[in-house]
Ligand binder design. Structure first.
Ligand code: AMP
Ligand code: MG
Length: 415
């Protein structure tokens, strides 16, 4: 189905593509990334390519959950109100590897994580005793079975510890190490070129002349690529000059899995990206029914996938979020390529154009969302204060305060 959509030109028949149609086109451009093995230390933030099976159970053996005394409950369980004194036959620190069974009428002093001696069925915490090392007085006993960690209660050997498609965060890497894994199968990070266009652009740090602005989209998009799991490379931005644009693209394309451009795809004059790529016939340009981010283009150049984003910083950001991020994450085999989406109540009323899905900037907290700034796609400072996008469907033109909307949470790189 994605293939059919990909062949249908955007806008050429006057038809505006839906968000889902353009998503399908961009998804179809990016194949699944090949697998590679990486050491655990290099796996943070990567996406697991195959299930990882636990070779050992966790816990690996029955052990103590407390510092205290391993005992037979039948000998200490009646201790409430009547202290019990027993000889301490063994001392078992964590890491002791020999196994000495618990003889009747004795206890073993035991530390957290130390192997439970066969015969013991309770650990009496040191706080309930006088802490004796030869003979110990147990003032009280917890119920039978207390403070024991049973082998395999967390995970059994031979079962899946980490499922394919999982992003590897702190907890997942901790688990991988806990089951003795040294390397993990992940998908190779796609190499993504980022190229900004515009004759008004000046590199931050340089002097601005009247009419010039600092080039910011490449910083924004490179960070977004990195957060989505790709390896970004920022090319030096180019002016609105077709020859210079094509020369820059062609010089770099061979080393890339994807090229993202910004700017030069609207309906004005000097639309450099459109002018340059349209002649090749492999990139389609047109309108998508959304705001911001209406003008879009996608296709291939010299066989390399290309997504052309509009230049307004908020449009570039939202377009990346809606089209590129999910496609990159899908290529990485991510189990949940899309952002978390939650329902929220509007703090204030809002308006939205008919026929276009609007992605407004918002701040979401505890089920309520407040709009941050207006719909203007140049409002990058407002974007930087937002933690969500408020999704207003195509057929909704007005919403009162208190209405329920969906918000897309845009913080949190791994989620
Ligand atoms: P364009 O899509 O090229 O027509 O640009 C739309 C608006 O976004 C214009 O106001 C541009 O100056 C601005 N813009 C385009 N590219 C960038 C960029 N790389 N950094 C910051 N602003 C940009
Ligand atoms: Mg421009």
């Amino acid at each position: 189905m994605a293939g059919d959509v990909a062949r249908r030109p955007i806008g050429q028949d006057g038809r505006v593509r839906t968000v889902e149609e353009h998503q399908a086109v961009v998804n179809a451009l990016l194949p699944a990334s090949p697998e590679e093995q990486v050491p655990l230390a290099a796996a943070h933030g990567r996406v697991l390519a195959r299930d990882v099976v636990a070779r050992v159970p966790l816990p690996g053996f029955d052990n103590s959950a407390m510092d205290g005394y391993a005992a037979r409950w039948s000998e200490v369980g009646g201790a409430a109100g009547a202290p019990v004194r027993l000889p301490v036959a063994e001392d078992i620190p964590a890491g002791r590897t020999d196994v000495v069974p618990l003889e009747a009428g004795t206890v073993h002093r035991i530390m957290t994580g130390a192997p439970l001696p066969p015969g013991a069925d309770v650990v009496v915490p040191v706080e309930l005793t006088d802490g004796g090392t030869d003979v110990v007085e147990l003032r009280d006993s917890p119920p039978a079975g207390s403070h024991l960690r049973r082998a395999g209660e967390d995970i059994a050997a031979g079962t899946v510890a980490l499922a394919a498609g999982r992003p590897l965060g702190a907890a997942q890497l901790g688990l991988a190490a806990a089951v003795g894994v040294t390397e993990l199968p992940v998908r190779r990070r796609p190499r993504v070129l980022v190229l900004s266009t515009g004759s008004e652009l000046v590199a931050p740090g340089e002097e601005l002349q009247p009419g010039q602005i600092y080039e910011s989209n490449s910083a924004l998009l490179a960070a977004a690529v990195d957060e989505a799991g790709g390896i970004p490379r920022r090319l030096h931005f180019v002016p609105d000059d077709v020859d210079q644009f094509l020369a820059t693209v062609r010089a770099e394309l061979a080393t890339a899995d994807l090229l993202i451009t910004s700017g030069g795809v609207s309906a004005g004059a000097y639309e450099v990206v459109k002018d340059a790529f349209r002649t090749l016939g492999t990139v389609e340009f047109g309108k998508v029914a959304m705001q911001p981010g209406g003008p879009q283009g996608a296709g291939t150049v010299d066989g390399v996938p290309v997504v052309t984003l509009p230049g307004n910083p908020v449009s570039a950001f939202v377009s990346f979020e809606v089209f590129v991020r999910p496609a990159l994450r899908r290529a990485l085999g991510h189990a949940s390529p899309d952002r978390l989406r939650v329902p929220a109540r509007l703090a204030g009323s809002l308006r939205s154009p008919a026929g276009r899905r609007q992605f407004l900037r918002g701040r979401y907290e505890s089920g309520v969302v407040s709009q941050v700034g207006g719909p203007g796609s140049h409002l990058v400072a407002h974007l930087a204060r937002a933690n969500c996008l408020v999704v207003v469907p195509e057929d909704v033109t007005e919403l009162p305060a208190g209405a329920e909307v969906d918000v897309v949470l845009i913080e949190g790189a791994l989620q």
